[in-house]
Design a protein around this ligand. Structure first.
Ligand code: NAD
Length: 498
């Protein structure tokens, strides 16, 4: 059995805690590796190592730090096929989608190549008599990132790229479901010229997370995962004196106005609802057609599209989506679909019996489409995180707008319309962090910032964009006045004998 340990101080290190977790191939259900789960002592060893090298890294001029990322971006591109396969094999998503996962992280690395400019700060000449005032942004020291299974390439890079570019050392605690890619990324960072010990990967579960949250030498924690854990990490990090940015779950709505291009809207819903088996925090899981006619037409368009989704292992180049990540996830999703039927929603497309010959033990769930879902139902309130789309019919625009606004989550939302006034009103009033206008998954690019509102986010600074530079640095403001020196003391008028 392949053993996955940790990556500390630029080297692979075997786990010593004796605790391990299985890493599955979701398409076959086979255990393909075991990943070590770190103890407090192993996490501490990584931190102690990072402490010795971080000051020199912070003192390395920002252009040199940027050059590591230039090389790293080139290495990601050179190794893209290998990285995507490694990702798909443990996550289950298709190869093309896995490449998208890596590329979205790569784009954050491209963004931080601008670190010499991004981390420049403020200066006021003459803030008082002979007084100048300036602010400098200094690395926080040692940062940590705790990441979910669903984007094992993009999300670690969201965090470690700005953290390291700012001069920090970084401890990454990836998801124990798909830990191979994060370790490979750390190897490539070394190949790109990063000094050993600046990027460390410590695998683990709650034990390693708690060790991070209570470690006195870790100053900042970035978390992405489910809302209950995000809330816990935020509170525990804050109690231990750390800054924290914690991103949680989602239930993203798409409003379809009567004037929308329905073919475009249906295509968008299929990609955003079922791509990556619905395991995206920006997946659209609720469609809100406005008016009965819009709803009926939309259901008529969606039904054959959901029925004909091609579901397969990542090795099937034609597959639209793969399996879900674990047997437990599969059982949970199936349970929610059954519950939705019991609650009275109409299961227009029923994917519960989906089976794939040769992959009977894989964690597949067929595409499901619910109609007549209402806001009081559990399938509406809960994040299903599977290939299940719920249609909630709204009578008018105001009712449609009120749905995402009243929902617990506030990650992403979209509106499909040809009416600029409706779109503008929607973008202005909706209490959701990321809004798409005729764009189904409005994931901001690396130079803007990513983050939801309400129970989708705890903390005040988002991922990537200039927010990330603020999060991974702290401000020091210097007020300086120099006593009069040679300038005033010197005599420029020719001395005379008065
Ligand atoms: P998860 O919350 O189960 O795990 C996330 C991380 O927390 C993992 O590293 C895991 O090891 C750790 N963890 C798990 N249980 C813990 C516990 N009890 N105490 C401390 N740490 C614990 O999430 P997941 O299943 O890996 O990912 C899916 C979730 O992530 C979904 O809810 C999805 O919406 C969310 N997500 C959110 C965003 C976003 O930006 N808002 C992005 C991607 C995923």
């Amino acid at each position: 059995m392949r053993q996955i340990g940790h990556f500390i101080g630029g080297k692979h290190v075997a786990g010593t805690s004796g605790r391990k977790a299985n890493v599955y191939n979701p398409a076959t259900g086979e255990v393909q590796a075991e990943v070590a789960l770190a103890s407090d002592a192993e996490l501490d060893a990584a931190v102690q190592n990072a402490k010795t090298v971080q000051p020199a890294w912070a003192a390395t001029n920002p252009q040199r730090r940027a050059r590591v990322f230039m090389k790293f971006v080139a290495l990601l591109n050179e190794n893209m096929d290998e990285l995507a396969e490694m990702l798909s094999k443990e996550h289950g998503k298709t190869i093309e989608d896995a490449k998208g996962d890596v590329i979205r992280g790569l784009e954050v690395c491209e963004f931080v190549i601008g670190i010499p400019h991004l981390a420049k700060s403020e200066f006021t000449e003459g803030a008082g008599p002979n007084i100048d005032m300036y602010s400098i942004r200094q690395a926080v020291g040692i940062g940590a990132g705790i990441t979910p299974f669903n984007f094992p390439g993009m999300i670690p890079m969201w965090m470690f790229a700005p953290a390291i570019a700012c001069g920090n050392a970084f401890i990454l605690k990836p998801s124990e479901r798909d830990p191979s890619l994060p370790i490979r990324l750390a190897e490539l960072m070394i190949e790109a010229g990063l000094p050993a010990g600046i990027l460390n990967v410590v695998n683990g579960d709650k034990g390693a997370v708690d060790a991070i949250l209570t470690h006195p030498d870790i100053s900042a924690v970035s978390f992405v995962g489910s809302t209950p854990i995000a809330r816990y990490v935020y509170g525990t990090a804050a109690m231990n004196g750390k800054r924290a940015q914690c991103f949680g779950g989602a239930k993203n709505h798409m409003i379809i106005m009567p004037d929308a291009d329905l073919d475009q809207a249906a295509n968008a819903l299929i990609g955003a609802g079922y791509g990556s088996a619905g395991e995206r925090c920006m997946a659209i899981s609720v469609a809100v057609p406005v008016g009965e006619e819009t709803a009926n037409k939309l259901i008529a368009k969606l039904t054959p599209m959901v029925e004909s989704l091609r579901i397969g292992p990542y090795t099937d180049e034609k597959a639209d989506l793969g399996p879900v990540v674990t047997k437990e996830a599969q059982a949970r999703i199936m349970g929610l679909i059954n519950h939705g039927v019991e609650e009275g929603a109409k299961l227009v497309v029923d994917g519960r019996d989906f089976k794939l010959q040769g992959y009977e033990n894989g964690y597949f769930v067929g595409g499901c489409l619910f109609d007549h879902v209402t806001p009081d139902m559990d399938i509406y309130k809960t994040e299903i995180f599977g290939p299940v789309l719920s249609v909630v019919r709204a009578k008018n625009y105001e009712e449609a707008l009120s749905l995402p606004m009243k929902h617990e989550y506030g990650n992403g939302v979209a509106i499909y319309t040809r009416d600029g006034d409706a779109a503008r009103d929607f973008a202005s009033r909706v209490n959701i962090g990321m809004v798409g206008v005729n764009v189904p998954i409005p994931v901001p690019l690396a130079y803007h910032s990513f983050g939801g509102w309400k129970s989708s986010s705890f903390g005040d600074l988002n991922q990537h964009g200039t927010d990330s530079i603020k999060f991974w640095t702290r401000t020091k403001t210097v007020t300086s006045r120099w006593p009069s020196g040679i300038k005033d003391g010197a005599e420029f008028v020719i001395p005379t004998m008065k």
